[in-house]
Design a protein around this ligand. Structure first.
Ligand SMILES: NC(=O)c1ccc[n+]([C@@H]2O[C@H](COP(=O)([O-])OP(=O)(O)OC[C@H]3O[C@@H](n4cnc5c(N)ncnc54)[C@H](O)[C@@H]3O)[C@@H](O)[C@H]2O)c1
Length: 332
């Protein structure tokens, strides 16, 4: 059993805790949150842009609660921590955990400062720690299928890919308290569209050219982003679009449309059970499998790497940092 703590028990911290509790190779020993009194209140609150799953409060009875990571490190024996705080705290808390010799699962994005990301990668390498950033699309079944079809050319070569992700302005947790400070999340580009930017980076490599436009919103100067990626060695074009410029209760929706030589495919979280695969003769609905399993899968993968003492090749922190570099290229 690996002993694990979750740092930041907001929407994502609860998602991590729920998936750690489901995994019989893991023991959740501690939760750290500056609002330690709020932990019980948050359980089963269902906050966030998709279901965080409900946690039975009884499952947390024997889990120790701390206000600071420093106290938690001083009092607990742990193998790893999951850092699920807002982006402006990723670097300091991940560095503190690594300095104490702990393996780190860090929520996306790695950091908005490239040099901070480099320092974390260097620290993890020097200490021989497993360090992974939670780019969950890499572990979600509908996106894994898209990767398999593209890599194996099952429907021929990919000609056009459109990725999108829209949500209302977040109205849960720290998000709603920090309006003035929203620059710390990086806005929709670094917080929301980064999912798709990272996935296309993983799927096809970095683009040679990015043409982008963006619009300001409640959170940052780029709360809506629309971009075209192109590759000099392929005729393939990629369109990425998304943002959180809408009202808070606007339904979250993300998905992809891909045009391969022999078929076109469509996946949308508005109908998450299926992926449409169409050609000129028919439209088939194939099982998308469980898109939300990505949160379990990414955690399970991280601990398999830890068990085997190997690097997380499917989601290397160097690749996460390159994704940040690509995000910045959208602002040129
Ligand atoms: N992978 C995904 O799909 C996904 C989705 C949403 C958010 N995120 C990421 O998760 C992170 C957190 O977002 P969220 O929506 O859960 O935020 P949130 O506001 O719901 O939760 C943040 C929590 O951190 C706590 N906190 C603040 N400072 C702390 C500190 N110093 N030590 C310990 N706890 C502290 C707050 O009290 C709060 O409970 C962000 O980095 C975001 O990018 C990822």
């Amino acid at each position: 059993m690996k002993k694990v703590a979750v740092v930041g028990f907001g929407f994502m911290g609860m998602t991590h805790a729920g998936n750690i509790l489901k995994n019989d190779k893991l023991e959740l020993v501690a939760i750290v949150d500056t609002d330690v009194e709020g932990i019980a209140k948050k359980i089963s609150s269902g906050e966030g842009n998709f279901s965080a799953g409900s946690i039975d409060p009884g499952q947390l009875r024997n889990v120790n609660k701390y206000k600071t990571l420093t106290d938690c490190i001083a009092n607990e024996e742990m193998d790893a921590v999951h850092i699920c705080v807002h982006t402006d705290l990723h670097f300091s808390l991940a560095r503190e955990a690594m300095t104490a010799g702990l393996n780190v699962f860090l929520e996306k994005p790695i950091s908005l400062e490239l040099e901070h990301g480099e320092e974390l990668i260097g620290l993890a390498n020097n200490k021989g720690l497993v360090f992974m950033v939670g780019h969950v699309l890499r572990f979600m079944s509908p996106y894994e299928k898209l990767k398999r079809w593209t890599d194996r050319k099952e429907y021929g070569a990919l000609n056009f890919l459109s990725m999108s992700r829209f949500s209302g302005v977040p109205a849960w947790g720290q998000w709603k308290e920090k309006q003035a400070d929203f620059g710390s999340s990086g806005g929709a580009l670094f917080d929301l569209l980064i999912h798709d930017i990272d996935f296309v980076h993983y799927l096809l490599g970095p683009p040679d050219k990015i043409e982008s436009t963006y619009l300001p919103g409640a959170l940052s100067a780029y709360d809506y982003v629309s971009a075209f990626w192109s590759y000099s060695d392929r005729s393939l074009k990629v369109k990425l679009e998304g943002g959180n410029t809408f009202h808070s209760n606007f339904p979250f929706q993300a998905g992809y449309m891909a045009n391969f030589e022999r078929a076109s495919v469509l996946y949308t979280t508005l109908k998450p059970e299926v992926i449409h695969v169409s050609d000129h003769n028919e439209n088939m609905e194939i099982d998308a499998e469980d898109g939300s399993d990505g949160f379990y899968n990414e955690i399970d993968y991280f601990y398999r790497c830890l068990e085997l003492k190997i690097k997380p090749e499917k989601c290397m922190p160097e690749s996460s940092l390159d994704t940040i570099r690509i995000c910045y290229e959208h602002l040129r």
